[in-house]
Design a protein around this ligand. Sequence first.
Ligand SMILES: NC(=O)c1ccc[n+]([C@@H]2O[C@H](COP(=O)([O-])OP(=O)(O)OC[C@H]3O[C@@H](n4cnc5c(N)ncnc54)[C@H](O)[C@@H]3O)[C@@H](O)[C@H]2O)c1
Length: 405
Amino acid sequence: MASVFQLSCSPIPQVRIALIGLGDRGMKTLRRYAYIHHAVIKYVVDLSETNARKANEALRLSGRPEAGVLVGDDAWQRACRLPDVDLIYICTEWRLHAAMSIYAMQCGKHVAVEVPAATTVDECHALVRTAEETQRHLFMTENCCYDLFTLQTLQLVRQGRLGRLCHLEGAYIHRLTEPSTALTPRSATRQAWMQYSFMEHGGNPYPTHAVGPIARLLGIHRGDRFVSICSLTAKGERVNGLSIGRISNSLLTTESGCTVLLQLDVTTPRPYSRMQTVCGTKGYVQKYPVPIVQLSTDHENAADHADGEPDIPAEAMVGEAAEAFMRSYCSDSSAVRLWFEGKAMGVPNEMNYTMDARLIECLRNGSPLDIDVYDAAEWSCLAELSQRSAAQGGVPVEVPVFYHP
Ligand SMILES: NC(=O)c1ccc[n+]([C@@H]2O[C@H](COP(=O)([O-])OP(=O)(O)OC[C@H]3O[C@@H](n4cnc5c(N)ncnc54)[C@H](O)[C@@H]3O)[C@@H](O)[C@H]2O)c1
């Protein structure tokens, strides 16, 4: 099967979108696209007519044309078959992501899908197989890859300033409050289905915010690959029928010998953190709880030092000093430019804006996307693999190879 690595498709001058799932995330996406040029929300799709009406109201309020409305159980399939749609954008709960993405690609559409793109290893293989069969893009909307500090760290690593990477840490530590009263696997509301998954899964059902930025730094399937994962989950305690403190910890190894620590904690009162910790032989960067950059001032780093750039201090740069350093050293990527463009426009969230602006820029130019179907599979499969490892007391579980050059 022909690979879709670095896939280029015909340029699309104006990207026509059918947006499926008009809940919390879908509505934020719809509002965000008010700022993105060369893309139009042509259709809004949901189970609920009320949600579709709200979506059109939001389009009207932002001065955009109303979208065609498709509602009902089979509405998403009808949307995938529409001839005047280029991109199916999926913001439903994650149990539906793989099936919807696969059908959309089989209908000839490119796909943008919320995180995680799949919940099982089999689904991940099916996504890859379908993208290769259909030669369509599958872009998992992993917004944390477009955090400014993350983008800047990526540049710093690509400049070689951290030396050889040895160990990285990422997390999704975010207390999701307001426990729902109706916690079943089939619950309709976000609070219910998400919390049920988090409590009952046993591993890390939501690994992509933590692993996405790390995989990009390591160049996974671009020179390195994940080999194995060991996971352990804290027991926590039962409070009012809810499992509090089921913290998932995973340790991955890569072929080149790096280690990666991932954590998921959505129930304890810890401050929000994604860690974003990168240890290299010549430098160290972390974003949380406070940004820190520490570079060795050895001969090589000094030799790379260009005119006009501030000196590299011997001591660690902390907080604003670290951010100022990142601004002066890491401003030349297309994504960083878009981030500041979003900030200048006053978008509600620069990271999400940058992600979608980059997606549309690439589709318009017919160029490869930043995040491909192999990334989606490599990051999403950790949900099942962490669950399997944790169920066996942390035994190493092999990470499948999704990309065969
Ligand atoms: N990237 C991020 O930072 C981020 C943040 C929040 C949520 N998410 C992801 O976004 C996704 C959606 O989360 P949410 O909070 O918006 O959930 P939600 O429950 O608020 O919304 C889901 C919507 O999908 C609709 N839907 C469900 N089944 C459908 C079907 N068969 N056909 C059409 N529509 C259907 C529902 O009616 C609802 O409107 C999840 O996968 C979640 O992981 C990502």
